[in-house]
Design a protein around this ligand. Sequence first.
Ligand code: HEM
Length: 427
Amino acid sequence: MTTMTTMTMAAAPATGAATGTVRGGFAERYLLDPAVNADPYDYLNSLRDHDPVYWSAMHRAWLVTGHAQLMHCLRDPAVSAERVRPLMDAVPEGAREDTERAFSILSRWMVFNDPPQHRRLRQAFQEQFAARAIGRYKTFVERATRAMLARRAVPGTVGDLLADIARPLPALVFARWLGVPQAHGPSFWYWNARVGDLVLGAAQEEREYRTSLQSLVRLEDYLAGLVRERRADPKDDLISSVLAGGHVGKTVSEEEFVGMLTQMAFAGGETTSNLIVNAMLALLRHPDQLAAVREDPALVPMVVEEAMRYDGPSKMSIRTAARDFGLDGRAVRSGDRMFLVTAAANRDRDRFPDPDAFDVRRGSASHLGFGFGAHFCIGAALARLVAGAVIDVLIREYPDLELADQQPLTWQLSLLNRALTALPVRY
Ligand code: HEM
């Protein structure tokens, strides 16, 4: 998912101010302030310590940063995942041509649905995402990883780990797994990126909105065609397996199935790239941890989990209050927007001892990097497989891998995604 990671909408601040009122030593800051965006954790720690359920007039939203409070929200039926209408309402007048169709597609994304509808939609895919079904792709992923690294990451040379490996590898794997022929890859990923601009709030200008909405429509048309092809001529891929599972046409319509497919690559592509990069950055910045993993590569799955907690690709999930309710003594009103800041909850010292340390032996999977509850990331096993495969080969076969220069790294300005623009390394 971004983070779905991610798959949520961006928000504008109520004022242009980057710093808000100072109360009891705490000064609220705009989450998209470049300094906060580049290194959010000190600020998020102070926000959580000040008030784990904080009404932010600046963001016009509740900022939920405590681990317990956030888990409570993700369990509470009063907290709704439906938020497509406000996303469409943000589309400028001049770009509204495709909004009704886009509204209809996004309304079928499971991440924007509440129970019982959500359960019915998710059920159609559930079996194909289970660790066992994903495990069938292990050999393919490992081979593809080795082949790509051998071609694009020559030991001793300087490169960008994101552009060389972390971006193209998940794209290659997901296209194969989903059933998108290689020749269609460029347009398929272009449409997905533009859909991301819409859902993650990067589209600002009328022209950008128009391109994003058209891309969503084209992506749906393309996937509808692919579903028709696979129905006539099944192959070894997700679309064929879900069709064979028997839900499509019974518990979910073909239209719902195709709508849900438009979410998959968007939800999993960039997030998995960012997991690989963030995990490698954390390792390269903590030589003792890197040495421990080199000595014992069996720790790689724990590196993946610790990276998800310590600096995961998805910073928050967005929700709306479906009715009035109380949270930690606060009165949340129906319609209030809620930012469930998982990046802050994952550093909550009430849940994780010494939370700001990157510790690959922590062995705790209770992070919220893949969400929690009904909407827990359905693609987690696939993300773990791909990220684990890349980190494993880099650990075992690149003993001299190091950060290439000391320039400050640049993080994409985003409320939702924790994403570097590049990771320069010497292989
Ligand atoms: C490291 C990579 C990934 C991260 C950090 C991530 C993160 C998340 C998060 C935080 C959620 C919950 C969103 C919410 O509650 O609002 C989510 C849901 C989801 N993710 Fe992922 N995700 C990743 C990889 C993937 C992959 C590989 C796929 C599919 C190929 C995928 C598909 C989905 C879908 C369909 C949902 C919605 C589930 C539902 O609503 O029931 N994700 N993801």
